[in-house]
Design a protein around this ligand. Structure first.
Ligand code: ATP
Length: 237
């Protein structure tokens, strides 16, 4: 059964129809990727699921609950956590304070401490940088902090918008490896990426988007076998 179900979603910015009747599903434990070139509507879909912008038509259910009626804070409380493009760290707070900010919905203090230890084990650099201000981190460290902070919210579903953006190629590989490990440890993930081949390599299932529509959906394995098709839609990457 689907955990997240988006049906016939339409989203407009004034006259601009950014999302034109998209449907997609994420099942528990899956890593699902949305890939597509610039302007395909990927960010708009995540922002609509998160309650940051409204839809003109359609439905979004999470664990059977309709999300379109909820505001962004209420959506977060359902366990759907969004790591936006640009990472949105609290720049003047330390790494440790940023991690704690991720647990703002929780009051189980000892479990929060355990989770901090766990993410520091997963991302040792964050322990080394614990007292450093977020603004002093490198691009890769910032992305790891954003993913780790989202873990502190104990997400039922983690949505990531372009986590590879602005990272050096080696760090991109490390970031994709981290997401793959998170998935293996049981986190359900909806991943938006322009780096389509990187995202497909770790996904179970994927949707290929083009100017607001789904042009293909399949297991990531099947999509990757059809490279000519992907290149036609995504451009050589
Ligand atoms: P990218 O990978 O370049 O970020 P994307 O697939 O995430 O692209 P969106 O950012 O969702 O695409 O944009 C989809 C369409 O909506 C684009 O045509 C874009 O110009 C338009 N759009 C996005 N945000 C706004 C806005 N605030 N006002 C008007 N149009 C917008």
């Amino acid at each position: 059964m689907s955990m997240l179900e988006v049906k016939n979603l339409h989203v407009s910015y004034g006259e601009v129809k950014a999302v034109k009747g998209i449907s997609l599903n994420v099942k528990q434990g899956q890593l699902v990727s949305l890939v597509g070139s610039n302007g395909a509507g990927k960010t708009t879909i995540l922002r609509t699921i998160s309650g940051l912008i409204g839809a003109t038509q359609g439905s979004i259910t999470f664990g059977g609950k309709e999300l379109l009626k909820l505001g962004a804070h209420q959506v977060t409380r359902t366990g759907l956590i969004h790591v936006p493009e640009g990472r949105m760290l609290i720049e003047d707070m330390t790494v440790n304070e940023n991690l704690r900010a991720g647990a703002f919905c929780r009051n189980d203090k000892s479990a929060i401490e355990e989770d901090i230890l766990e993410v520091e084990e997963r991302f040792p650099i964050l322990r080394q940088r614990a007292k450093q201000k977020a603004r002093t981190l490198s691009g890769g460290e910032r992305q790891m902090l954003a993913i780790a902070r989202a873990q502190l919210a104990r997400p039922r579903l983690l949505m990531l918008d372009e986590p590879s953006l602005g990272l050096a190629p080696l760090i991109v590989q490390e970031m994709f490896r981290t997401l793959s490990e998170l998935k293996k440890s049981g986190t359900t993930i909806l991943l938006v990426e322009q780096n389509a081949y990187g995202a497909l390599a770790i996904a179970d299932y994927a949707y290929v988007l083009r100017v607001g529509e789904v042009v293909a959906e399949d297991t990531a394995k099947n999509l990757l076998e059809n490279r000519d098709f992907l290149d036609a839609y995504l451009g050589e990457q």
